[in-house]
Design a protein around this ligand. Structure first.
Ligand code: SF4
Length: 380
């Protein structure tokens, strides 16, 4: 087996077995912090000597959470609460819950009340993140989160710890961006399923280990000759696109993902922490990183609303034949934006389809028909 396949197999396995990873961390005597979607500065968890693990719902049945949520909340929020209520998250030493959208806000309060056994850290990012007062506010919020993490870990994070954690995450973001480009060049090796697994595995691994494997994978991919892809190339967009059943439909129909605007994958890794700022003041470095994050439906854009155009530009530049918008059911921010995104894609002559999705979906027949029809039209 080639080294590429070995690494892909390892990352794929980890992506499907978060519990195994949690068991390993706990056996190693490490404290693990659950990190809810998204824009949580995980660097703070690492600086305190703990391990962050992503909690982005799951495909299990939702029962207890129905007592807290009406059925029209997205399944990520419902499932994250379910995982707390049914004890799945009990071995975590804490959770960090954000308030980035109107669903995450009630989730945070329901979780706080319904799951009192897990230490709860509330993270309310500022809307105005770019102005000086917004940066100051982010600094204060991140400092409070850090203080609460220090209490859980029993370890005070030094400036050196923070800067080291920042370097670790910068390196991971850089390798992920590099991987996204290489995956686009080699869809014959990096299927849609494996591409997703590479991103997803990082939520369940210590970042240094993930970066080391990803770097090796990237170096190996770089050595491969580029062969022409005879299938369809697409850009994906949405909050989450990690369903194995859905990705298998991509693979079965020779649909390669050559770029993504997916929150779970590339949306949050576009910029790094400026280490020059961080060396003067670590929290300002982190707050400035958040201020520099852009082109996300969950981030306030105080000027002209440029995100749809930038996403269409990304699709164009990536050489995608079309865009697949994976629309999480009942995700208000994404649904509100959709007409603008569709219009921007149309303006760039990029055909697109919208697939309705939620994590409890079992029947992907409609998605399969849509994807087949889409690839047929594009091959004309
Ligand atoms: S952004 Fe959308 S998918 Fe994510 S938590 Fe909010 S409503 Fe749910």
């Amino acid at each position: 087996m080639s080294r590429i396949n070995e690494i892909l197999e390892q990352l794929d396995h980890i992506s499907q077995n978060p519990k195994e990873q949690l068991d390993k961390f706990i056996e190693e005597g490490k404290k693990v912090i659950g990190v809810f979607p998204y824009y949580v500065p995980e660097e703070l968890v690492v600086a305190c000597g703990m391990v962050p693990m992503g909690v982005w719902g799951g495909a299990k049945e939702i029962n207890k959470a129905k007592e807290y949520f009406a059925s029209y909340y997205c399944t990520i929020a419902q499932m994250n609460l379910e995982l707390g209520l049914n004890g799945t998250l009990d071995r975590l030493s804490g959770v960090i819950v954000t308030t980035m959208c109107d669903t995450l806000r009630p989730l945070s309060q329901n979780f706080r009340v319904g799951v009192p056994q897990i230490p709860f850290i509330y993270l309310a990012h500022p809307q105005n993140r770019k102005k000086e007062f917004g940066i100051k506010y982010s600094e204060q919020v991140f400092t409070r989160v850090l203080n609460e993490l220090e209490e859980i870990s029993g370890k005070k994070a030094t400036e050196e710890d923070l800067l080291k954690a920042f370097e670790i995450y910068n390196a991971n973001r850089q390798e992920k961006r590099r991987f996204s480009k290489l995956a686009a060049l080699h869809p014959e090796v990096i299927s849609a399923t494996l591409r997703s697994a590479v991103f997803k595995s990082s939520y369940f691994m210590e970042k240094e280990e993930h970066t080391a494997l990803l770097k090796e994978l990237n170096n190996e991919l770089e050595k491969l000759e580029v062969v022409e892809w005879t299938g369809t190339k697409v850009m994906t967009s949405g909050i989450l696109c990690d369903s194995r059943k859905l990705l298998k439909i991509f693979d079965d129909n020779k649909v390669a993902i050559v770029a993504d605007d997916v929150a779970h994958e590339s949306r949050t890794i576009k910029v790094d922490i400026d280490m020059e700022i961080a060396k003067k003041n670590p929290m300002e470095g982190l707050a400035t990183w958040f201020a520099n994050c852009d082109d996300d439906v969950l981030l306030y854009d105080p000027t002209i609303y440029s995100r749809p155009r930038n996403v269409a530009k990304l699709a164009k530049e990536s050489g995608a034949d079309g865009a697949v918008i994976v629309m999480m059911q009942f995700c208000d921010p994404e649904e509100v934006e959709y007409p603008h995104l569709k219009e921007a894609l149309d303006n760039e002559s990029i055909p697109s389809i919208k697939l309705g999705y939620d994590q409890q979906m079992v029947d992907f027949g409609q998605a399969e028909t849509q994807i087949q029809a889409f690839t047929d039209v594009m091959s004309l």
